[in-house]
Design a protein around this ligand. Sequence first.
Ligand code: GAP
Length: 506
Amino acid sequence: MKNPEESLKSIISHSKEYGFIFPSSEIYDGLSATYDYGPLGVELKNNIKSYWWKSMTQLHENIVGLDSAIFMHPKTWKASGHIDAFNDPLIDNKDSKKRYRADVLIEDYIEKIKQKIEKEVKKGKKRFAEKFDEDEFRATNPNILRNKTKILDIESKMKKSLEENNLEDVKKLIEDLGIKCPVSGSKNWTDVRQFNLMFSTNLGSVSGESSEIYLRPETAQGIFVNFLNVQKSGRMKIPFGIAQIGKAFRNEIVARQFIFRMREFEQMEMQFFVRPGEEIKWYEYWKDARIKWHKELFLGEERYRFHDHIKLAHYANAASDIEFKFPIGFKELEGIHSRTDFDLKQHEEFSGRKLQYFDPEIGESYVPYVVETSIGLDRMFLAVLSASYTQEKLEDSSERVVLKIPKKLSPYKAAILPLLKKDGLPELARKIMQDLTPYFMLQYDEKDSIGKRYRRQDAIGTPYSVTIDHDSLNDNSVTIRDRDSMNQHRIKIDELKDFLDKNIFI
Ligand code: GAP
Protein backbone atom coordinates (compact mmCIF):
# COMPACT_ATOMS: atom_id res chain seq x y z
CA MET A 1 0.00 0.00 0.00
CA LYS A 2 1.48 3.33 -1.05
CA ASN A 3 1.42 6.35 1.22
CA PRO A 4 -0.66 9.32 -0.01
CA GLU A 5 2.36 11.23 -1.28
CA GLU A 6 3.58 8.23 -3.25
CA SER A 7 0.18 7.57 -4.80
CA LEU A 8 -0.13 11.21 -5.85
CA LYS A 9 3.36 10.97 -7.36
CA SER A 10 2.36 7.83 -9.30
CA ILE A 11 -0.73 9.61 -10.63
CA ILE A 12 1.32 12.66 -11.66
CA SER A 13 3.88 10.60 -13.54
CA HIS A 14 1.20 8.40 -15.14
CA SER A 15 -0.65 11.53 -16.28
CA LYS A 16 2.47 12.85 -17.93
CA GLU A 17 3.56 9.57 -19.50
CA TYR A 18 0.21 8.97 -21.19
CA GLY A 19 -0.57 12.55 -22.19
CA PHE A 20 -3.21 13.53 -19.66
CA ILE A 21 -1.43 16.43 -17.93
CA PHE A 22 1.90 18.17 -18.50
CA PRO A 23 3.57 20.79 -16.32
CA SER A 24 3.06 24.12 -18.07
CA SER A 25 6.05 25.63 -19.97
CA GLU A 26 8.07 22.57 -19.07
CA ILE A 27 10.98 23.37 -21.41
CA TYR A 28 11.51 26.51 -19.29
CA ASP A 29 11.41 24.40 -16.11
CA GLY A 30 7.68 24.94 -15.67
CA LEU A 31 5.57 27.64 -14.07
CA SER A 32 4.38 26.82 -10.60
CA ALA A 33 0.80 25.68 -10.14
CA THR A 34 -0.07 25.85 -13.84
CA TYR A 35 -0.67 22.76 -15.94
CA ASP A 36 -1.47 21.89 -19.54
CA TYR A 37 -3.92 19.17 -20.51
CA GLY A 38 -2.55 16.80 -23.13
CA PRO A 39 -4.47 14.90 -25.84
CA LEU A 40 -6.06 12.41 -23.43
CA GLY A 41 -6.51 14.99 -20.69
CA VAL A 42 -8.47 17.30 -22.92
CA GLU A 43 -10.80 14.45 -23.93
CA LEU A 44 -11.45 13.47 -20.32
CA LYS A 45 -11.91 17.10 -19.32
CA ASN A 46 -14.37 17.73 -22.17
CA ASN A 47 -16.31 14.60 -21.19
CA ILE A 48 -16.56 15.79 -17.58
CA LYS A 49 -17.70 19.19 -18.81
CA SER A 50 -20.42 17.79 -21.02
CA TYR A 51 -21.57 15.36 -18.33
CA TRP A 52 -22.03 18.34 -15.99
CA TRP A 53 -23.43 20.65 -18.66
CA LYS A 54 -25.98 18.11 -19.83
CA SER A 55 -27.09 17.32 -16.28
CA MET A 56 -27.62 21.03 -15.61
CA THR A 57 -29.10 22.34 -18.85
CA GLN A 58 -30.52 19.49 -20.93
CA LEU A 59 -31.99 17.71 -17.92
CA HIS A 60 -33.40 20.87 -16.30
CA GLU A 61 -35.91 22.78 -18.37
CA ASN A 62 -35.41 25.82 -16.13
CA ILE A 63 -31.60 26.07 -16.30
CA VAL A 64 -29.92 27.83 -19.20
CA GLY A 65 -26.28 28.44 -20.08
CA LEU A 66 -24.01 31.47 -20.28
CA ASP A 67 -20.44 32.15 -21.38
CA SER A 68 -19.47 35.52 -19.95
CA ALA A 69 -16.14 37.31 -20.40
CA ILE A 70 -13.19 36.76 -18.09
CA PHE A 71 -12.62 40.51 -17.86
CA MET A 72 -15.36 42.43 -16.12
CA HIS A 73 -15.83 46.05 -15.14
CA PRO A 74 -13.62 46.70 -12.07
CA LYS A 75 -16.65 47.87 -10.08
CA THR A 76 -17.90 44.27 -10.23
CA TRP A 77 -15.20 43.22 -7.78
CA LYS A 78 -15.78 46.17 -5.49
CA ALA A 79 -19.47 45.22 -5.36
CA SER A 80 -18.81 41.52 -4.81
CA GLY A 81 -16.39 42.25 -1.96
CA HIS A 82 -13.39 40.67 -3.67
CA ILE A 83 -11.30 43.86 -3.70
CA ASP A 84 -11.69 44.37 0.03
CA ALA A 85 -11.93 40.86 1.38
CA PHE A 86 -10.61 38.19 -1.01
CA ASN A 87 -7.43 37.82 1.01
CA ASP A 88 -5.18 35.18 2.53
CA PRO A 89 -2.82 35.85 5.47
CA LEU A 90 0.74 35.79 4.18
CA ILE A 91 4.08 35.52 5.99
CA ASP A 92 7.67 35.49 4.69
CA ASN A 93 10.71 33.82 6.14
CA LYS A 94 13.51 36.44 6.16
CA ASP A 95 16.29 33.87 5.68
CA SER A 96 14.91 31.66 2.92
CA LYS A 97 12.84 34.51 1.40
CA LYS A 98 10.07 31.93 0.99
CA ARG A 99 6.46 33.01 1.27
CA TYR A 100 3.81 30.99 3.11
CA ARG A 101 0.15 31.17 3.97
CA ALA A 102 0.22 31.73 7.72
CA ASP A 103 -2.84 29.55 8.32
CA VAL A 104 -1.31 26.73 6.24
CA LEU A 105 1.90 26.82 8.32
CA ILE A 106 -0.24 26.37 11.41
CA GLU A 107 -2.36 23.65 9.76
CA ASP A 108 0.82 21.79 8.75
CA TYR A 109 1.95 21.98 12.37
CA ILE A 110 -1.40 20.51 13.46
CA GLU A 111 -0.98 17.77 10.86
CA LYS A 112 2.33 16.79 12.47
CA ILE A 113 0.62 16.42 15.84
CA LYS A 114 -2.03 14.25 14.18
CA GLN A 115 0.72 12.06 12.77
CA LYS A 116 2.14 11.68 16.30
CA ILE A 117 -1.28 10.44 17.43
CA GLU A 118 -1.35 7.89 14.60
CA LYS A 119 2.16 6.72 15.56
CA GLU A 120 1.03 6.22 19.13
CA VAL A 121 -1.95 4.14 17.88
CA LYS A 122 0.38 2.01 15.76
CA LYS A 123 2.62 1.42 18.77
CA GLY A 124 -0.42 0.41 20.84
CA LYS A 125 -1.58 -2.01 18.14
CA LYS A 126 1.82 -3.68 18.13
CA ARG A 127 2.02 -3.84 21.92
CA PHE A 128 -1.46 -5.20 22.65
CA ALA A 129 -1.91 -7.29 19.49
CA GLU A 130 -5.36 -9.03 19.50
CA LYS A 131 -6.38 -7.41 22.77
CA PHE A 132 -6.08 -3.97 21.20
CA ASP A 133 -9.25 -1.86 21.37
CA GLU A 134 -8.54 1.16 19.16
CA ASP A 135 -11.49 3.32 20.28
CA GLU A 136 -10.69 2.83 23.92
CA PHE A 137 -6.99 3.43 23.32
CA ARG A 138 -7.71 6.72 21.52
CA ALA A 139 -10.05 7.79 24.32
CA THR A 140 -7.69 6.97 27.22
CA ASN A 141 -4.03 7.09 26.19
CA PRO A 142 -2.51 10.13 27.98
CA ASN A 143 -0.17 11.10 25.10
CA ILE A 144 -3.06 11.02 22.62
CA LEU A 145 -5.29 13.01 24.95
CA ARG A 146 -2.60 15.62 25.51
CA ASN A 147 -2.05 15.99 21.76
CA LYS A 148 -5.78 16.19 21.05
CA THR A 149 -6.13 19.02 23.58
CA LYS A 150 -3.17 20.76 22.01
CA ILE A 151 -4.80 20.56 18.56
CA LEU A 152 -8.09 21.97 19.84
CA ASP A 153 -6.28 24.81 21.57
CA ILE A 154 -4.29 25.75 18.43
CA GLU A 155 -7.36 25.51 16.21
CA SER A 156 -9.46 27.74 18.41
CA LYS A 157 -6.66 30.35 18.72
CA MET A 158 -6.15 30.37 14.96
CA LYS A 159 -9.87 30.60 14.23
CA LYS A 160 -10.33 33.48 16.67
CA SER A 161 -7.42 35.56 15.38
CA LEU A 162 -8.35 35.00 11.72
CA GLU A 163 -11.99 35.86 12.32
CA GLU A 164 -10.99 39.02 14.13
CA ASN A 165 -8.42 39.74 11.43
CA ASN A 166 -5.87 40.03 14.23
CA LEU A 167 -2.72 39.36 12.23
CA GLU A 168 -0.41 40.11 15.17
CA ASP A 169 -1.98 37.22 17.06
CA VAL A 170 -1.54 34.93 14.05
CA LYS A 171 2.19 35.75 14.05
CA LYS A 172 2.36 35.27 17.82
CA LEU A 173 0.80 31.83 17.46
CA ILE A 174 3.43 30.86 14.85
CA GLU A 175 6.18 32.09 17.18
CA ASP A 176 4.70 30.47 20.31
CA LEU A 177 4.48 27.13 18.51
CA GLY A 178 8.11 27.51 17.41
CA ILE A 179 7.19 26.88 13.76
CA LYS A 180 10.27 26.81 11.56
CA CYS A 181 10.58 27.59 7.87
CA PRO A 182 10.64 24.21 6.08
CA VAL A 183 13.39 25.53 3.79
CA SER A 184 15.79 27.52 6.01
CA GLY A 185 14.81 25.93 9.31
CA SER A 186 14.79 29.38 10.92
CA LYS A 187 12.10 31.15 12.94
CA ASN A 188 12.97 34.53 11.47
CA TRP A 189 9.48 35.59 10.30
CA THR A 190 8.11 38.86 8.92
CA ASP A 191 4.81 40.23 10.16
CA VAL A 192 1.68 38.58 8.81
CA ARG A 193 -0.18 40.68 6.23
CA GLN A 194 -3.23 40.20 4.06
CA PHE A 195 -2.62 39.33 0.43
CA ASN A 196 -5.33 39.83 -2.18
CA LEU A 197 -5.71 36.76 -4.39
CA MET A 198 -6.91 38.53 -7.52
CA PHE A 199 -4.59 38.94 -10.50
CA SER A 200 -4.71 42.39 -12.01
CA THR A 201 -3.72 43.76 -15.39
CA ASN A 202 -4.26 46.95 -17.37
CA LEU A 203 -6.87 47.71 -19.93
CA GLY A 204 -5.94 50.02 -22.79
CA SER A 205 -2.62 50.42 -24.54
CA VAL A 206 -2.04 54.19 -24.39
CA SER A 207 -0.05 55.17 -21.35
CA GLY A 208 -2.06 57.22 -18.90
CA GLU A 209 -5.33 55.89 -20.28
CA SER A 210 -5.09 52.46 -18.84
CA SER A 211 -7.15 51.32 -15.92
CA GLU A 212 -6.60 48.38 -13.63
CA ILE A 213 -8.84 45.40 -14.23
CA TYR A 214 -8.88 41.92 -12.77
CA LEU A 215 -8.91 38.37 -14.04
CA ARG A 216 -12.09 36.93 -12.56
CA PRO A 217 -11.52 34.85 -9.41
CA GLU A 218 -14.89 33.10 -9.88
CA THR A 219 -17.29 32.75 -12.80
CA ALA A 220 -20.32 33.49 -10.62
CA GLN A 221 -20.17 37.29 -10.94
CA GLY A 222 -20.58 37.03 -14.73
CA ILE A 223 -23.86 35.27 -14.02
CA PHE A 224 -25.06 37.84 -11.49
CA VAL A 225 -24.46 40.84 -13.73
CA ASN A 226 -26.31 39.07 -16.59
CA PHE A 227 -29.22 38.00 -14.42
CA LEU A 228 -31.77 40.31 -16.07
CA ASN A 229 -30.40 39.84 -19.61
CA VAL A 230 -30.90 36.11 -19.32
CA GLN A 231 -34.22 36.31 -17.48
CA LYS A 232 -35.74 38.72 -20.02
CA SER A 233 -34.30 37.26 -23.22
CA GLY A 234 -35.26 33.72 -22.22
CA ARG A 235 -38.58 34.72 -20.53
CA MET A 236 -37.40 32.73 -17.53
CA LYS A 237 -39.69 32.30 -14.57
CA ILE A 238 -38.41 31.97 -11.02
CA PRO A 239 -37.16 29.51 -9.90
CA PHE A 240 -34.59 29.25 -12.66
CA GLY A 241 -30.86 28.73 -13.00
CA ILE A 242 -27.92 29.96 -15.08
CA ALA A 243 -25.01 27.60 -15.63
CA GLN A 244 -21.52 28.51 -16.75
CA ILE A 245 -18.20 26.77 -17.29
CA GLY A 246 -15.08 28.89 -17.50
CA LYS A 247 -11.63 29.85 -16.34
CA ALA A 248 -10.99 31.52 -13.02
CA PHE A 249 -7.72 32.88 -11.66
CA ARG A 250 -6.42 33.13 -8.12
CA ASN A 251 -2.93 34.11 -7.07
CA GLU A 252 -2.79 31.32 -4.51
CA ILE A 253 0.09 31.74 -2.05
CA VAL A 254 0.48 28.03 -1.52
CA ALA A 255 -0.37 26.24 -4.73
CA ARG A 256 0.76 22.66 -4.58
CA GLN A 257 -0.70 19.18 -4.73
CA PHE A 258 -0.83 19.01 -8.51
CA ILE A 259 -4.09 20.21 -10.09
CA PHE A 260 -5.86 20.40 -6.72
CA ARG A 261 -4.92 24.04 -6.18
CA MET A 262 -3.89 26.00 -9.23
CA ARG A 263 -3.54 29.65 -10.11
CA GLU A 264 -5.46 29.22 -13.37
CA PHE A 265 -8.32 26.75 -13.19
CA GLU A 266 -11.82 26.10 -14.43
CA GLN A 267 -15.09 26.27 -12.56
CA MET A 268 -18.50 24.82 -13.35
CA GLU A 269 -20.98 27.03 -11.54
CA MET A 270 -24.74 27.31 -11.44
CA GLN A 271 -26.70 30.10 -9.79
CA PHE A 272 -30.29 29.20 -9.01
CA PHE A 273 -32.58 32.23 -8.52
CA VAL A 274 -35.44 31.68 -6.11
CA ARG A 275 -38.21 33.50 -4.28
CA PRO A 276 -37.02 35.02 -0.94
CA GLY A 277 -37.87 32.63 1.88
CA GLU A 278 -37.64 29.55 -0.34
CA GLU A 279 -33.84 29.45 -0.45
CA ILE A 280 -33.32 26.81 2.25
CA LYS A 281 -35.71 24.43 0.51
CA TRP A 282 -33.73 24.85 -2.71
CA TYR A 283 -30.40 24.66 -0.90
CA GLU A 284 -31.43 21.23 0.43
CA TYR A 285 -32.65 20.25 -3.05
CA TRP A 286 -29.29 21.11 -4.63
CA LYS A 287 -27.27 19.44 -1.91
CA ASP A 288 -29.18 16.26 -2.61
CA ALA A 289 -29.05 16.63 -6.40
CA ARG A 290 -25.31 17.27 -6.44
CA ILE A 291 -24.31 14.37 -4.21
CA LYS A 292 -26.49 12.08 -6.38
CA TRP A 293 -24.73 13.38 -9.50
CA HIS A 294 -21.38 12.46 -7.99
CA LYS A 295 -22.45 9.05 -6.76
CA GLU A 296 -23.89 8.11 -10.14
CA LEU A 297 -20.31 7.96 -11.41
CA PHE A 298 -19.66 5.00 -9.08
CA LEU A 299 -16.25 6.21 -7.92
CA GLY A 300 -17.12 4.78 -4.49
CA GLU A 301 -19.78 6.13 -2.11
CA GLU A 302 -17.29 6.10 0.78
CA ARG A 303 -15.22 8.70 -1.01
CA TYR A 304 -17.78 11.47 -0.43
CA ARG A 305 -18.89 13.38 2.61
CA PHE A 306 -20.57 16.70 3.35
CA HIS A 307 -18.88 19.35 5.41
CA ASP A 308 -21.55 21.78 6.56
CA HIS A 309 -20.11 25.20 7.37
CA ILE A 310 -20.66 26.34 10.92
CA LYS A 311 -19.08 29.73 10.43
CA LEU A 312 -20.78 31.29 7.42
CA ALA A 313 -19.50 34.00 5.08
CA HIS A 314 -21.34 37.29 5.70
CA TYR A 315 -23.46 36.87 2.56
CA ALA A 316 -24.53 33.25 3.14
CA ASN A 317 -27.27 31.76 5.31
CA ALA A 318 -26.28 28.13 4.66
CA ALA A 319 -23.24 26.49 3.04
CA SER A 320 -21.83 23.03 2.65
CA ASP A 321 -18.90 21.44 0.83
CA ILE A 322 -18.94 18.08 -0.86
CA GLU A 323 -15.59 16.66 0.15
CA PHE A 324 -13.87 13.92 -1.80
CA LYS A 325 -11.26 11.48 -0.60
CA PHE A 326 -8.29 12.52 -2.74
CA PRO A 327 -4.88 10.84 -2.26
CA ILE A 328 -4.11 13.83 0.00
CA GLY A 329 -7.16 13.10 2.18
CA PHE A 330 -10.74 14.41 2.30
CA LYS A 331 -10.78 17.84 0.63
CA GLU A 332 -13.34 20.21 -0.86
CA LEU A 333 -14.52 19.26 -4.32
CA GLU A 334 -17.69 21.32 -4.63
CA GLY A 335 -19.47 24.03 -2.67
CA ILE A 336 -23.22 24.50 -2.32
CA HIS A 337 -24.02 27.93 -0.97
CA SER A 338 -27.21 29.78 -0.14
CA ARG A 339 -25.94 33.29 -0.98
CA THR A 340 -29.13 35.20 -0.10
CA ASP A 341 -29.75 38.36 -2.18
CA PHE A 342 -26.31 39.73 -1.29
CA ASP A 343 -24.69 39.73 -4.73
CA LEU A 344 -27.64 41.09 -6.71
CA LYS A 345 -28.26 43.80 -4.09
CA GLN A 346 -24.58 44.81 -4.15
CA HIS A 347 -24.66 45.05 -7.95
CA GLU A 348 -27.84 47.12 -7.75
CA GLU A 349 -26.10 49.51 -5.39
CA PHE A 350 -22.84 49.80 -7.34
CA SER A 351 -24.38 49.95 -10.82
CA GLY A 352 -27.43 52.03 -9.95
CA ARG A 353 -29.57 49.58 -12.00
CA LYS A 354 -32.49 47.60 -10.67
CA LEU A 355 -31.94 43.84 -10.66
CA GLN A 356 -35.43 42.77 -9.71
CA TYR A 357 -37.91 40.24 -10.90
CA PHE A 358 -41.65 40.75 -11.15
CA ASP A 359 -43.26 37.57 -9.88
CA PRO A 360 -46.63 37.23 -11.63
CA GLU A 361 -47.78 34.50 -9.23
CA ILE A 362 -47.65 36.78 -6.19
CA GLY A 363 -47.87 40.12 -8.02
CA GLU A 364 -44.67 41.45 -6.42
CA SER A 365 -41.21 42.58 -7.49
CA TYR A 366 -38.20 41.45 -5.52
CA VAL A 367 -34.46 40.82 -5.66
CA PRO A 368 -34.23 37.02 -5.93
CA TYR A 369 -32.27 34.89 -3.51
CA VAL A 370 -29.57 32.65 -4.93
CA VAL A 371 -28.47 29.09 -4.29
CA GLU A 372 -25.15 28.32 -5.94
CA THR A 373 -23.46 25.07 -6.83
CA SER A 374 -19.77 25.52 -7.63
CA ILE A 375 -17.38 22.77 -8.61
CA GLY A 376 -13.77 22.97 -9.78
CA LEU A 377 -13.41 21.16 -13.09
CA ASP A 378 -9.75 20.38 -12.46
CA ARG A 379 -10.56 19.03 -9.01
CA MET A 380 -13.26 16.87 -10.55
CA PHE A 381 -10.65 15.66 -13.05
CA LEU A 382 -8.30 14.78 -10.17
CA ALA A 383 -11.15 13.03 -8.35
CA VAL A 384 -11.91 10.86 -11.41
CA LEU A 385 -8.26 10.15 -12.10
CA SER A 386 -7.27 9.31 -8.54
CA ALA A 387 -10.30 7.07 -7.93
CA SER A 388 -9.73 5.31 -11.25
CA TYR A 389 -6.00 4.72 -10.93
CA THR A 390 -5.55 1.07 -9.95
CA GLN A 391 -2.48 -1.14 -9.72
CA GLU A 392 -3.44 -4.80 -9.99
CA LYS A 393 -1.52 -8.00 -9.46
CA LEU A 394 -2.68 -10.57 -12.00
CA GLU A 395 -2.98 -14.34 -11.65
CA ASP A 396 0.26 -14.90 -13.58
CA SER A 397 1.87 -12.57 -10.97
CA SER A 398 2.43 -9.82 -13.53
CA GLU A 399 1.11 -6.32 -12.76
CA ARG A 400 -1.06 -3.94 -14.67
CA VAL A 401 -1.96 -0.30 -14.17
CA VAL A 402 -5.52 0.32 -15.19
CA LEU A 403 -7.55 3.51 -15.18
CA LYS A 404 -11.07 2.40 -14.28
CA ILE A 405 -12.51 5.68 -15.51
CA PRO A 406 -16.34 5.72 -15.67
CA LYS A 407 -16.96 4.50 -19.19
CA LYS A 408 -18.96 7.52 -20.31
CA LEU A 409 -16.05 9.79 -19.31
CA SER A 410 -13.14 7.79 -20.72
CA PRO A 411 -11.11 9.53 -23.47
CA TYR A 412 -11.44 6.63 -25.92
CA LYS A 413 -14.46 4.35 -25.85
CA ALA A 414 -12.85 1.46 -27.71
CA ALA A 415 -9.58 0.39 -29.28
CA ILE A 416 -9.58 -1.32 -32.67
CA LEU A 417 -6.79 -3.88 -32.79
CA PRO A 418 -5.99 -6.14 -35.77
CA LEU A 419 -4.23 -9.22 -34.36
CA LEU A 420 -1.59 -9.08 -37.09
CA LYS A 421 -0.42 -6.43 -39.52
CA LYS A 422 -1.15 -8.71 -42.50
CA ASP A 423 -3.58 -11.20 -44.09
CA GLY A 424 -6.27 -8.55 -44.61
CA LEU A 425 -6.76 -7.98 -40.86
CA PRO A 426 -5.77 -4.27 -40.90
CA GLU A 427 -8.18 -3.68 -43.81
CA LEU A 428 -11.12 -5.17 -41.93
CA ALA A 429 -10.08 -3.32 -38.77
CA ARG A 430 -9.94 -0.02 -40.67
CA LYS A 431 -13.41 -0.68 -42.10
CA ILE A 432 -14.80 -1.27 -38.57
CA MET A 433 -13.04 1.88 -37.38
CA GLN A 434 -14.52 3.89 -40.23
CA ASP A 435 -18.06 2.68 -39.49
CA LEU A 436 -17.87 3.44 -35.75
CA THR A 437 -15.85 6.67 -35.77
CA PRO A 438 -18.86 8.96 -36.26
CA TYR A 439 -20.31 7.67 -32.98
CA PHE A 440 -17.38 7.02 -30.67
CA MET A 441 -13.83 8.23 -29.95
CA LEU A 442 -11.74 5.25 -31.04
CA GLN A 443 -8.07 4.44 -31.16
CA TYR A 444 -6.52 2.26 -33.83
CA ASP A 445 -3.40 0.34 -32.81
CA GLU A 446 -1.54 -2.39 -34.69
CA LYS A 447 1.90 -2.06 -33.11
CA ASP A 448 3.37 -4.68 -30.69
CA SER A 449 1.89 -7.88 -29.32
CA ILE A 450 -1.81 -7.97 -28.47
CA GLY A 451 -0.94 -8.30 -24.76
CA LYS A 452 1.11 -5.11 -24.82
CA ARG A 453 -1.65 -3.31 -26.67
CA TYR A 454 -4.22 -4.37 -24.05
CA ARG A 455 -1.95 -2.99 -21.30
CA ARG A 456 -1.63 0.32 -23.15
CA GLN A 457 -5.42 0.62 -23.41
CA ASP A 458 -5.80 -0.32 -19.72
CA ALA A 459 -3.36 2.43 -18.82
CA ILE A 460 -5.42 5.09 -20.59
CA GLY A 461 -8.77 3.76 -19.42
CA THR A 462 -10.26 2.54 -22.72
CA PRO A 463 -13.29 0.45 -21.65
CA TYR A 464 -13.27 -1.97 -24.60
CA SER A 465 -10.68 -3.47 -26.91
CA VAL A 466 -11.91 -4.99 -30.15
CA THR A 467 -9.59 -7.59 -31.68
CA ILE A 468 -9.86 -8.62 -35.32
CA ASP A 469 -8.39 -12.05 -36.04
CA HIS A 470 -8.38 -14.56 -38.91
CA ASP A 471 -11.77 -15.99 -37.88
CA SER A 472 -13.23 -12.49 -38.23
CA LEU A 473 -12.66 -12.71 -42.00
CA ASN A 474 -15.01 -15.71 -42.19
CA ASP A 475 -17.52 -15.33 -39.37
CA ASN A 476 -17.87 -11.51 -39.27
CA SER A 477 -17.20 -11.62 -35.54
CA VAL A 478 -14.56 -10.00 -33.36
CA THR A 479 -13.33 -10.47 -29.80
CA ILE A 480 -14.32 -7.76 -27.38
CA ARG A 481 -12.36 -7.41 -24.14
CA ASP A 482 -13.64 -5.64 -21.06
CA ARG A 483 -11.07 -3.32 -19.42
CA ASP A 484 -12.08 -3.98 -15.80
CA SER A 485 -12.83 -7.70 -15.76
CA MET A 486 -10.50 -8.53 -18.68
CA ASN A 487 -13.22 -10.97 -19.81
CA GLN A 488 -13.45 -11.56 -23.54
CA HIS A 489 -16.29 -12.72 -25.75
CA ARG A 490 -17.11 -12.91 -29.45
CA ILE A 491 -19.54 -10.48 -30.97
CA LYS A 492 -20.85 -9.93 -34.50
CA ILE A 493 -19.31 -6.89 -36.16
CA ASP A 494 -22.71 -5.42 -36.98
CA GLU A 495 -23.69 -5.62 -33.29
CA LEU A 496 -20.69 -3.60 -32.10
CA LYS A 497 -22.38 -0.20 -32.25
CA ASP A 498 -25.36 -1.34 -30.18
CA PHE A 499 -23.08 -3.04 -27.69
CA LEU A 500 -20.96 0.07 -27.18
CA ASP A 501 -24.04 2.31 -26.99
CA LYS A 502 -25.62 0.13 -24.33
CA ASN A 503 -22.51 -0.46 -22.25
CA ILE A 504 -20.82 2.91 -22.34
CA PHE A 505 -23.53 5.46 -21.86
CA ILE A 506 -25.24 3.73 -18.94
N1 GAP B 1 -18.46 31.06 -6.58
C1 GAP B 1 -18.11 30.36 -5.40
C2 GAP B 1 -16.71 29.97 -5.35
O1 GAP B 1 -15.90 30.32 -6.18
P1 GAP B 1 -15.02 28.55 -3.95
O2 GAP B 1 -15.27 27.60 -2.82
O3 GAP B 1 -14.01 29.63 -3.73
O4 GAP B 1 -16.45 29.16 -4.30
C3 GAP B 1 -15.52 26.78 -5.79
O5 GAP B 1 -14.63 27.73 -5.24
C4 GAP B 1 -14.77 25.56 -6.27
O6 GAP B 1 -13.73 25.95 -7.17
C5 GAP B 1 -14.05 24.79 -5.15
O7 GAP B 1 -14.92 23.88 -4.52
C6 GAP B 1 -12.96 24.08 -5.93
O8 GAP B 1 -13.45 22.88 -6.50
C7 GAP B 1 -12.63 25.06 -7.05
N2 GAP B 1 -11.39 25.83 -6.74
C8 GAP B 1 -11.28 26.90 -5.95
N3 GAP B 1 -10.01 27.35 -5.92
C9 GAP B 1 -9.29 26.52 -6.73
C10 GAP B 1 -7.92 26.45 -7.13
N4 GAP B 1 -7.03 27.33 -6.72
N5 GAP B 1 -7.55 25.46 -7.97
C11 GAP B 1 -8.45 24.55 -8.42
N6 GAP B 1 -9.75 24.58 -8.09
C12 GAP B 1 -10.18 25.55 -7.25
